[in-house]
Design a binder for this molecule. Structure first.
Ligand code: AMP
Length: 489
């Protein structure tokens, strides 16, 4: 995602370069490379098509920090963001970029104590990062003055419009001086965004970081075809096979996310669900836990996942397919960030096939059809992972008391049996192939093998149906699983 240009080439000052070095930013990302020089020198407004994860916060934050007057204590820049979380993330990121300049940044959103906000606003703030609703509250109370604003940033403008904030945004803009510079960041550019731009922006420069290219570069996109009823088992199979699994799993509905999280949790996995029914306090707790890696699977709806800024995700799973290609691009943009690689995996039930076909057509991207690992290969992967973990653990010297205990246990004889029990106790789960019965692929009525990204195997080897050892299809596979599930998970 980064380029060979340096931040110094973009015209930033020495103290800011130092702050970037401290933060570990080596090179600017494409959106930073394009936006920073425009904002440092030009006068025009900017429309940037870039989603979360592209480095957009620093792309507007750095030039704003360069161009406002430190220590003024009057709001010189206002950033509007759709959610509390994004507002606080943006404020935090900006704070880390200020070097040692006397620039006060305040996040302002609903659900935060009004008294603290009022006190801090009174003390003087240079950059405010607000959700539209709370900004309006303060404007009405006259506790927020925007007369000195030189920069207005609309962050995730499409999300703000989707959430019905258009009137609030218009009201806020009417309180800002005409000569301000306006920056609009949006992952998508639907007509309402362009109308807003036309109404409130003067001449503007356009910056585009094609999400398609970013995702294509760092994200491996594949899909599996399966019946709806098999999705949970398929997910379990992937979790058991992948060496690393730190994932966002998307479901269509709140109830669906809850159900899936409950089932995964019943399998002893560290999972949390995030959806619209979760309170703000719970949401913050869940996200903090996930960020620290204390939970490794986050099941979410599209709405709840908005604005989540989590790096290092190894997988994004479309447990339910999204309805639009834009939602797909947005979802998979959560992995493969900042130069890392990630996997975007879609579970396609028969009724969802046209969705993936549509996504491929609209995004002109190849999503490769893949086949779920066989039960035997899941077990092989589990065995290898266990061995690797045990050997890695043995590299570290255990305290003497454990050696004494080990000696006592081994002296009782049967070392192999003891080790086997210990492994079972520690890793749990099953190593028996019956725990992973075949998952049958649905027959596709209008198979279109010539399309991009579809199965490229000759039709004779395309396993639209899977067969048991007897050569007969597993008619009663679901029942077999039901019986075994309890014993093995
Ligand atoms: P954003 O798109 O602003 O939400 O940024 C996504 C993540 O990328 C944040 O965690 C940033 O700290 C990080 N980031 C932004 N710019 C860079 C850069 N030039 N090099 C490395 N990481 C960056």
């Amino acid at each position: 995602m980064t380029t060979n240009l340096t931040f110094g080439d973009l015209g930033l000052s020495a103290d800011i370069l130092e702050a970037l070095k401290k933060k570990g930013f080596e090179n600017p990302t494409p959106v930073q490379e394009q936006t920073i020089p425009l904002l440092l020198s030009g006068e025009k407004d900017i429309i940037a098509q870039a989603q979360t994860g592209t480095g957009k916060t620093a792309s507007f934050g750095l030039p704003i920090i360069e161009r406002i007057t430190p220590g003024l204590g009057k709001v010189q820049a206002i950033v509007l963001a759709p959610t509390r979380e994004l507002a606080s993330q943006v404020a935090e990121e900006l704070e880390s970029l200020t070097a040692k300049r006397d620039i006060r940044i305040l996040p302002v959103y609903g659900g935060q104590g009004m008294d603290t906000q009022l006190r801090l606003l009174k003390k003087g703030v240079d950059i405010i990062v607000a959700t539209p609703g709370r900004a309006i509250d303060h404007l009405k109370r006259k506790t927020l003055k925007l007369d000195d604003v030189k920069f207005v940033v609309l962050d995730e403008a499409d999300e703000m419009l989707n959430m019905g904030f258009v009137e609030d945004i218009e009201t806020i803009l009417s309180h800002v001086p005409e000569e301000r510079r306006m920056l609009l960041f949006s992952a998508t550019m639907p007509p309402p965004i362009m109308r807003l731009a036309k109404k409130f922006m003067g001449g503007y420069d356009k910056v585009k970081v094609a999400s398609k290219q970013q995702s294509a570069a760092n994200v491996e996109q594949i899909f599996y075809e399966m019946y709806e009823k098999d999705k949970l088992r398929a997910l379990r199979r992937l979790i058991d096979t992948e060496a690393e699994f730190y994932a966002l799993v998307f479901c269509r509905t709140r109830a669906g996310s809850d159900r899936l999280a409950a089932k995964l949790s019943g399998m002893d996995l560290d999972v949390e669900a995030l959806h619209g029914d979760v309170t703000q306090a719970q949401r913050e707790r869940i996200l903090a836990k996930f960020k620290r890696g204390h939970s490794t699977i986050l099941v979410a709806t599209d709405v709840a996942a908005r604005g989540i800024d989590i790096n290092d995700l190894t997988h994004v799973i479309n447990f339910d397919m999204p309805d639009s290609s834009e939602a797909y691009v947005h979802r998979i943009g959560r992995t493969g960030r900042a130069g890392k690689t990630g996997k975007a995996i879609s579970f396609v039930a028969p009724g969802e096939f046209r969705k993936i076909r549509n996504i491929m057509e609209v995004t002109k991207t190849t999503i490769q059809k893949a086949y779920l690992p066989s039960g035997q290969s899941v077990i092989e992967a589990k065995r290898n992972a266990m061995k690797a973990k045990v050997f890695a653990a043995a590299e570290e010297e255990a305290p003497q008391e454990f050696h004494t205990l080990a000696k006592e246990i081994l002296d009782s004889g049967k070392p192999k049996q003891l080790l086997a029990s210990l492994l079972k106790m520690h890793f749990g789960g099953s190593m028996h192939p019956n725990a992973y019965p075949e998952i049958m692929e649905p027959e596709r009525r209008s198979a279109a093998p010539s399309r991009r990204g579809f199965d490229r195997r000759p039709s004779s080897s395309r396993p639209f149906k899977s067969f048991g050892k007897s050569g007969k299809p597993h008619k009663h596979e679901a029942a077999v699983f039901k019986k075994k599930k309890k014993a093995h998970f």
